[in-house]
Ligand binder design. Structure first.
Ligand SMILES: NC(=O)c1ccc[n+]([C@@H]2O[C@H](COP(=O)([O-])OP(=O)(O)OC[C@H]3O[C@@H](n4cnc5c(N)ncnc54)[C@H](O)[C@@H]3O)[C@@H](O)[C@H]2O)c1
Ligand SMILES: O=C(O)C(=O)C[C@@H](O)[C@H](O)[C@H](O)COP(=O)(O)O
Ligand SMILES: [Zn+2]
Length: 365
């Protein structure tokens, strides 16, 4: 059994990310130390019945009673309606501020439960047990929690750090291939941001990872978590132009997700893949990035079946329509939208001189 613990250093909000195959079956012992002998509430979705049973069995063995709240899967659950019913149920179950609610699932469950924990009784504790590749490499770490609103993606939320993140890579054995590929887009992101050697590792090992190779999977998860922990520790609340790098491709991605109605037609990770290819393409079109680098990014995404642009997402909306979605981007500052652009693979920066009309014209090409 190999186990790795990666600390997220945030002063009195610091916590550990523990990565270990089959961790779910011994999670009860670890969680018992947080539960103060009280019943724990696990929030999950309908696709996770098997993993929920393992976790509840493990809690029971550790002498902890548990209650499950099982939600409808999918991005639609990051909504006011689900947040309201979830907080009502947590209150009915008597959750106290010192209690830890457990989020067992993908990024949807993690973002929603994290936000519910941030506001319940002005803040209770929560633990992330991510079960998708995307959630294991990205969303479970860093404390961004949110729901979507009519105006767009993640617009209502809070920074609220978990107390602990337990990653069991073996839970990915049940994850559908399309979801694994979508999560892989956020893995590739770490290479593109500031780690060209890791992008090269992705080019060499991405196919094996997607095929379920446990060694490639373990390396990708640990490397991604360490990268995210480093960036979050440097700029927890995205105020220093550091954490914003994790948003590479996301201004485009969130517009694409809005255009497809936050539906299964385009998963978040797929939108991020297309968004990163567009960010590199736009950087090349502006003469900032060698076109060969933009082509290399698109080629790798295509090689693993991820979309590399609008056409591959089946989106034929005009540039003007897509740019209109971007007006609500959280990075908007005094009417200007900083864009994450690249000077090459592993070299990204925030550019505050981009005119949205130029983005629209690029998208129309
Ligand atoms: N907070 C952050 O920093 C952050 C980072 C990246 C993404 N996100 C958010 O995460 C969300 C996407 O998360 P996601 O890609 O995990 O999607 P998801 O949570 O919708 O999960 C994808 C699907 O896989 C199913 N599933 C989960 N684990 C499974 C397993 N082990 N076996 C079988 N099925 C399983 C789920 O039921 C769901 O149908 C988006 O809303 C995105 O905005 C947040
Ligand atoms: O943790 C971050 O910071 C990220 O930007 C990670 C992204 O992958 C994630 O999709 C995040 O939710 C997007 O951030 P947002 O602030 O644009 O909602
Ligand atoms: Zn993302």
């Amino acid at each position: 059994m190999t186990s790795q613990t990666i600390p997220v250093a945030l002063g009195d909000r610091s916590y550990d990310v523990v990565i270990e195959d089959d961790l779910l079956s011994r999670a009860g012992t670890i969680l018992a130390s947080l539960s103060r002998g009280r019943r724990m509430v696990v929030v999950t979705d309908e696709n996770l019945a098997g993993h929920l049973a393992t976790l509840q069995g493990s809690l029971s063995t550790a002498g902890i009673d548990s209650e499950a709240i099982v939600l409808t899967p999918g991005e639609g659950s990051k909504s006011w309606a689900t947040l309201e019913s979830l907080t009502d149920r947590l209150l009915d179950l008597g959750v106290e501020r010192g209690d830890h609610v457990v989020a067992l699932g993908g990024g949807v469950i993690g973002d929603l439960v994290g936000f519910a924990a941030a506001i319940l009784k002005r803040g209770c504790r929560f633990v992330q047990i991510p079960t998708t590749l995307l959630a294991q490499v990205d969303s479970s770490v860093g404390g961004k929690t949110a729901i979507n609103s009519r105006a767009g993606k993640n617009l209502i939320g809070a920074f609220h750090q978990p107390s602990l993140v337990l990653i069991d890579p073996a839970t990915l054995d049940t994850l559908p291939g399309r979801q694994v590929a979508a999560g892989y887009a956020e893995v590739v992101k770490y290479g593109l941001i500031d780690d060209p050697a890791f992008f090269a590792w992705c080019e060499a090992n991405g196919a094996a990872l997607l095929a379920g190779d446990p060694t490639a999977r373990a390396h990708a998860i640990a490397h991604s978590v360490a990268a995210k922990a480093r960036i979050v520790a440097a700029d927890e609340r995205e105020t220093k132009d550091v954490r914003a790098l994790l948003n590479l491709g996301h201004t485009f991605a969130h517009a694409l997700e809005a255009e497809t109605g936050f539906s299964d037609r385009l998963l978040h990770g797929e939108a991020v893949a297309a968004g990163m290819a567009l960010a590199f393409g736009f950087s090349a079109a502006r003469g900032h990035c060698p076109p060969e680098d933009a082509a290399r990014v698109a080629a790798h995404l295509r090689s693993v079946g991820l979309p590399d642009g609008l056409a591959a997402c089946g989106i034929d909306a005009s540039g003007k329509t897509l740019v209109a979605h971007m007006a609500h981007d959280k990075k908007m500052d005094a009417g200007t939208l900083p864009f994450l652009l690249a000077t090459g693979i592993g070299e990204t920066y925030l550019d505050r001189s981009v005119a949205l009309a130029d983005v629209a014209a690029f998208l129309d090409r």
